[in-house]
Design a binder for this molecule. Structure first.
Ligand SMILES: C=C(O[C@H]1C=CC=C(C(=O)O)[C@@H]1O)C(=O)O
Length: 419
């Protein structure tokens, strides 16, 4: 059953105006203390705040319902947009549950959006004459004192779950499953989302720093971008820790030549390609993965590009349809998908919520970007958070090494929390 709760603005507020603003300054510095929305990479992207409209939805038709709701909402707007680029005009921010059937996905139309693309800045707001907001002065103050606690499974139980998954893989039940764990944190002072976002963006400039309805993170993985008929994705799977000096180079070479990591990676690429191909006139996935180097870990990465079909039913698919078709890839679920999803439910012992779900934005023209909500935390009240990290498990996976990988991945958000 689909449960939808939505709010819409009064009809009188339905004028939306985008005006050019150069320079717009640092996007993250514009965010208010709470309720900020973000999709920023290398200083470009979108930030927003205020809620002109909101949809919360779950069930088998959650994404179709959200697409229809956005189309109808956007069609009712009177838009003046002097830029006409992806992300200008009205925008919808979205954070979709890992399992959209069972979990709640959240869609927010902000009252105010500031964007930058190719160096050009703009402001979009409800009403006729948006003004560039004044950057919020920030004084980070002392680092919060944090206490960590195990989430659903303690480390030993999680390692036992990984070992059980390897046994099932060895028995031929499935080829890959992604198992995640959560870590709970509480702070002696209220956590400041803006501080965390600024720190994530500074440490992970090549990642997409996102915030939607209390889910914050910096993800290196682009599930799907749509610009006109051009589609692109960055698939990640296969991870190695960073080391110092020559050891770092050795770890990088070992990752690139690891049969286990390459097999894990290939399953993730195949899952995206197989799901996207029916919607494309052409799709290109290089045979060889690249290395993506982040401050805390290194990944095998493949950039996939395609052109959406110009004719037939596939031509009419919107970005949310495409996101629904490709999610969950084997980067966050496994292969075959139904078996992996079943095993996740059996072994993980937790509700993923919106972790590992699609997160991003779309505009009224149907362009947009969705990442996978990784390296992230869900804020709990004003002084708590739930951090998430997961690993692809394949034949030959070692539970202790996978546990260490989750620790390296947690470190991304921990560095943003700590002083
Ligand atoms: C599921 C996560 O990472 C995925 C993305 C990149 C590399 C992965 C890996 O090597 O296991 C995972 O598939 C996570 O960070 O929580």
């Amino acid at each position: 059953m689909t449960a939808a709760a939505l709010t819409s603005p009064a009809a009188a507020a339905r004028v939306v105006t985008t005006v050019r603003h150069d320079p717009v300054g640092d996007l993250l510095d514009l965010l208010p203390a709470t309720g900020g929305l973000s999709w920023v990479r290398r200083g470009e992207g979108l930030v927003g705040w205020g809620e002109a409209a909101r949809l919360e939805v779950s069930g088998p038709s959650a994404l179709a319902d959200a697409a229809r709701w956005w189309d109808e909402y956007a069609a009712g707007l009177d838009v003046a947009d002097e830029l006409g680029v992806p992300g200008s005009g009205p925008v919808l921010f979205a954070s979709i549950a890992f399992d959209p059937l069972a979990g709640t996905s959240v869609f927010v139309v902000p009252e105010m959006v500031v964007g930058r693309r190719g160096g050009a800045g703009w402001v979009t707001a409800l009403g006729p004459a948006p003004e560039l907001p004044v950057p919020v002065a920030h004084d980070d103050g002392p680092a919060p004192r944090l206490r960590y606690a195990d989430g659903a499974l303690d480390p030993a139980s999680w390692c036992a779950a990984v070992a059980a998954a390897v046994t099932r893989i060895d028995a031929g039940e499935l080829a890959k499953v992604v198992l995640a764990r959560d870590l709970l944190v509480s702070s002696d002072v209220p956590l400041d989302p803006r501080r965390m976002l600024r720190r994530l963006a500074a440490r992970f400039p090549g990642c997409w720093t996102f915030a939607v309805d209390g889910l914050l993170g910096a993800t290196p993985e682009l599930l799907l971008r749509r610009t006109g008929r051009q589609l692109s994705a960055r698939v990640l799977a296969g991870t190695a820790p960073r080391g110092a000096g020559a050891e770092d180079d050795r770890l990088a070479r070992a990752l690139l030549t690891s049969a286990k990591d390459r097999a894990e990676h290939a399953l993730a690429v195949d899952s995206l390609v197989q799901a996207l191909e029916p919607y494309c006139d052409g799709l290109d996935a290089p045979a060889e993965p690249q290395l993506l180097t982040l401050a805390n870990v290194r990944h095998l990465a493949t950039d996939v590009v395609g052109t959406q079909a110009a004719r037939g039913r596939a031509a009419g698919a919107g970005l949310l349809d495409l996101v629904g078709a490709v999610h969950p890839t084997a980067a966050v679920c496994g292969t075959p998908t139904p078996d992996a999803a079943g095993l996740i439910g059996e072994l993980e012992g937790m509700d993923r919520g919106r972790y590992a779900g699609p997160v991003g934005w779309l505009d009224a023209a149907g362009d947009g970007e969705f990442g996978l909500a990784l390296r992230c935390a869900e804020l709990v009240g004003d002084d708590g958070a739930r951090l998430f990290a997961g690993c692809g498990i394949v034949a030959g996976s070692d539970p202790a090494a996978e546990l260490a990988e989750t620790q390296s991945k947690f470190a991304a958000f921990q560095a943003a929390l700590e002083g």
